[in-house]
Design a binder for this molecule. Sequence first.
Ligand code: CA
Ligand code: CA
Length: 537
Amino acid sequence: MKSKSLFIASLSYLLACLWVGSFPTAGHAQAKKKGAKAKRPNILFIIADDQSPFDLKIYDPKSPLDTPAIDGLAARGMVFDGAYHMGSWSGAVCTPSRHMVMSGRTVWHLPKGGKRKPRGKGKGKNKAKAPAKAPAPAPVSAASLGKNPSPNDLANFTMAAVFNKAGYDTMRTCKNGNSYSAANGKFTVRRDSTKRGGTDATGSAWHGEQVLEYLKQREAAKDTDPFLIYFGFSHPHDTRDGKPELLKKYGAVNHTDRSVLPPANPKSPALQINYLPAHPFHHGHPNLRDEVNVKGVWDKRDERTIRNELGREYACSENIDIQIGRVLKKLEAMGELDNTYIFYTSDHGMAIGRHGLQGKQNLYQHTWRVPMIVKGPGIKAGTRAIGNIYLLDVLPTLCDLAGIKAPATVEGISFKPVLEGKKDTVRDVLFGVYCGGTKPGMRCVKKGDWKLIKYDVLDGKVHQTQLFNLADNPNELIKEHHDAKTIALNGNKPEAHQLNLAYDPKYAAKRKEMEALLLSEMKRLDDPYRLWDQPKD
Ligand SMILES: [Ca+2]
Ligand SMILES: [Ca+2]
């Protein structure tokens, strides 16, 4: 009787999977290929380069950026309001972010985990000198990695390697550089090139073409293996050379002459709600390219420059959306769309004028957060979740969805239960770091509505703390946002309480609690540094 009911259960499960294209399991995965109708799901992982979630209408309904394909994914899938990248030990924030995507490892456990300095020297003062350039990457010691040591051959446990072993066809297109070469090299088909031009041949359409061509080849060869496609773009990362018709739509030009301002254009996007003409204190990374030398912006933060650059960003982002639309249409024509999990994200966010910053080297929500939308079999249409996910959770989630055992090196958490609607979040506390300039750099921690950011940079010249209640002050407005000149520029009059609360005695206990939480996260994640007001250990 037992075996009979087991048989019936298995049969109904198989039928259910066939019918609704539901979540497969490892057992399911073994019933693969020839003759078996229960197809394993395909994966289309789409990643933009340098895009704030708040550029998108799904995160900021007031944004003028049109992204019908991304909106369509959101309408048919799930949007995450709490997706983050864990941070960076390099000015090239892309690099650790993409290592985390590929390997599922935490920021200080990556193969190039930043330079580890001894703690507790210099009588509580940070003695680390401002480096002339980004610190030389050094491997982390196996002993510091606890239960999950990173093997020398970590690349063999990264996204494409894992899916190749499981019988998937793997294909990738993306920019070159600031990435994880050894992991990227594992894709069976690889079409990488940096495409940031304003034409189809030199811009995002090129990446779209590579995926379309790959799909056409599969179709011609009647290839029925499941596929994992890593669909990466080089934009909207600068230089933001948009296509002429899209630049026109967003009132922008590909500005190249530093000696003049770009033309004022009423069609260019309005300044953001948290725009500032300058950040109130130094971010701690002197001569950082993104803050002083991006073509079209340089060190300028005036209205015309920022609005023009936003227009360029949006022109590039809409072009990405057009390419996504083309690929989705092809998948639909091939009959593969419904059996494909589609992820849309970015490697990190971006400032472009928010808080007086231009780059990706800060820990405000616009830059620490990433967009994350997932559509696929079994995900309820038009849903939203908090998630509290990191990009390093992507690999275990993909494995979980495909019925593959995640490698032991993975430290992320599968958010499949969130996608299934069984949970709203996979963790309570989130940690962020920017340590690409002077040390120790910036750290942040978030729990519930509360967020703490600390800055310990420029050899102790900057010791700053920010405490925000994101429910009351979602845009992390500070005193400078209350300045009449700024209000005249961006049209946003903050509420009186929308301030940094770190120095308000009423919130002293909350600050203390968040500082303790930050320290415990730094210890848990093997952060090699301590801040000026933390005990040395
Ligand atoms: Ca990037
Ligand atoms: Ca094949």
